[in-house]
Ligand binder design. Structure first.
Ligand code: KDG
Length: 324
């Protein structure tokens, strides 16, 4: 089994203290970016992976390649574009809203944003069972979106399972109309779709009372070929629709240090379980464990568990999972 993910892998500068960035003197440097996180996550759970991305020929690009290789992710579909910079971003904590995390991007005109259809080669899809990307990649630039759409076409022609996370980033999309225009092809053609309560509210332009009703509406209106829809609800857990039935999963209580990356950890564990043929309830539970564990350290993927660690965690917390 092999997964190919497509998206911008970046360098994250993670504030070690709270407050406005102008007064933060110390940052931790991490490799991050949603789809790269998923490639690392599934690999830690024993599924081979590759990432289709572009980095600059700079030190940060080298850093990303080093990290992906160290995790055993296949980097043969990584383009090194020496004429463009690697995307970077900063995490500001607790300001101006206490407990809140703000993300500040420096990724305009980055190597990945300049990726185009010509960069998408058939050979990248050889031996691939599942392709995963997200709304972030579709929002970065027209050329990156067209490149993703070419990847989608190759997947459809070769019957590769397509998995998609709506991952709406409000700093990258103006409004729901733009979001729907850009995400539409992937919503229509993906077999597995991950979303979140916030993303559904953005897409429908209204607050949600009943999450299942809203998710049903989402499926009916936009997700023609979807077989599994997963809605991540943060500390309220997650639900999944599959085979005409809804499944529910609570969250695990951990000491949260950094919640960025939790959604990607969830997707990775869910997908790894899915590819191993596990049932939807088990996939949800594994997603929930991985999502909880990565929040216990700074950085998006460092605390992503392997099979053994998931078991150790479950043995310890058995019976203590709960819907908050
Ligand atoms: O899911 C975590 C990502 O959001 C983070 O690493 C940055 O990929 C990122 C993005 O575009 O927001």
């Amino acid at each position: 089994m092999k997964v190919l993910t497509m998206g911008e892998v970046m360098i994250q500068f993670n504030s070690t203290v709270t407050g406005p960035l102008r007064h933060v003197n110390y940052f931790e440097k991490h490799v991050a970016g949603s789809e790269g996180n998923v490639a690392i996550g599934v690999k830690r759970l024993g599924i081979d992976s590759a990432v289709l991305t572009a980095v600059g020929g700079d030190e940060f690009g080298k850093n990303i390649l080093m990290a992906l290789k160290a995790e055993g992710v296949d980097t043969s579909a990584v383009k090194v574009d020496s004429s463009k910079p690697t995307g970077i971003y900063f995490i500001q904590r607790g300001f101006p809203i206490p407990e809140h995390v703000d993300v500040v991007y420096y990724r305009k005109d980055s190597a990945f944003s300049n990726l185009s259809e010509e960069d998408i080669k058939d050979e990248y899809f050889k031996d691939i069972d599942l392709f995963h990307t997200s709304g972030i990649s579709l929002s970065l630039s027209d050329s990156a979106r067209k490149a993703c759409e070419k990847a989608l076409k190759i997947c459809t022609e070769n019957k590769i399972i397509v998995s998609f996370d709506t991952n709406i980033r409000r700093k990258l999309l103006r409004d729901r109309k733009e979001a729907l225009e850009k995400l539409n092809l992937f919503l229509e053609n993906s077999k597995i779709i991950f979303t979140g309560k916030g993303d559904l509210e953005f897409i429908f332009g209204e607050k949600i009372d009943n999450i299942e009703n809203m998710a049903d509406e989402f499926l009916k209106s936009y997700c023609k070929n979807c077989e599994t829809l997963v809605v991540k609800l943060g500390e309220k857990g997650s639900i999944a629709w599959n085979g005409g039935k809804w499944y529910h999963q609570g969250t695990f209580k951990v000491n949260v240090v950094d919640e960025v990356g939790a959604g990607d950890a969830f997707d990775s564990a869910f997908l790894a379980c899915y590819l191993k043929g596990k049932d939807t309830q088990t996939c949800l539970k594994m997603g929930s464990v991985a999502g909880a564990l990565v929040t216990t350290t700074r950085g998006d993927y460092e605390a992503f568990p392997g099979e053994k660690e998931i078991q150790e965690f479950l043995n310890k917390v058995q019976g203590k999972e709960y819907l908050r």
